[in-house]
Design a protein around this ligand. Structure first.
Ligand SMILES: O=C([C@H](O)CO)[C@H](O)[C@H](O)COP(=O)(O)O
Length: 210
């Protein structure tokens, strides 16, 4: 199980400062959608240059023009790029094809997909690297969590790795670990804590214990 730190509500200098605090405990840094909106792909480039040994995920949530947008993110230094599960098969196939040219990976974000089981099976056949269940901020605010959806994708996905995101914190991590996803994505559960390094270390320890 790998750990991805999601950075969403920071600018580039604060993102670098934050990653420095926890870099020993994480595998992947996510440049979240809000950062990309604020700073563009420069944020991906800056983080990759500052932390060449960490994998960088660009959370573009691509919905169309899969090949082109994956190309631009790859040129900026991203190792993993996100595409929405609700996008067309053609978009997902284009994204995968382009990612392969750069030795990169595609994570499909299943946020708000209505028939999760059916779409996960379809997407699993398209050769993507990760299928990620995700309860977005707005659904988290309405009291939702991604744990049941994680169990669904773990049951039906046979080829891709599985990932989970959406409000995960230290107290809910054991339930997530029990389902054994390949990738656990945590944003606010680390970034909004006073002792970020301490919490990240505890999270890493729990994940390592599996
Ligand atoms: O993808 C995300 C969200 O849609 C904002 O872009 C977050 O990175 C993801 O939800 C993880 O963050 P937390 O929910 O704070 O753990």
């Amino acid at each position: 199980m790998k750990l991805q730190l999601a950075l969403d509500l920071v600018n580039i200098p604060d993102a670098i400062k934050l990653v420095k605090e926890v870099e020993a405990f994480i595998d992947i840094v996510e440049i979240g959608t809000p950062i990309v909106i604020n700073e563009g792909l420069h944020a991906v480039k800056a983080i990759k240059e500052a932390f060449p040994n960490l994998l960088v995920l660009a959370d573009l949530k691509i919905m169309d023009a899969g090949g082109y947008e994956v190309m631009k993110a790859s040129e900026a230094g991203a190792n993993i790029i996100t595409v929405l599960g609700a996008s067309s098969d053609a978009t997902i196939k284009g994204a995968v094809e382009e990612a392969r040219k750069h030795g990169n990976s595609i994570l499909v974000d299943m946020i708000n997909v209505q028939d999760l089981e059916k779409r996960a099976i379809e997407i699993d056949a398209l050769g993507v690297d990760y299928i990620c269940v995700h309860t977005g901020y707005d659904s988290q605010a309405a009291g939702q969590s991604p744990f049941e959806e994680l169990r669904t994708v773990k049951r039906v996905v046979k080829n891709a790795k599985t990932a989970v995101a959406g409000g995960i914190k230290l107290s809910t991590l054991p339930e997530v670990i029990q389902a054994k996803p390949d990738l656990i994505i945590i944003g606010g559960g680390i970034t909004s804590q006073d002792d970020k390094a301490g919490v990240a270390a505890e999270i890493r320890q729990l994940i390592n214990q599996g």
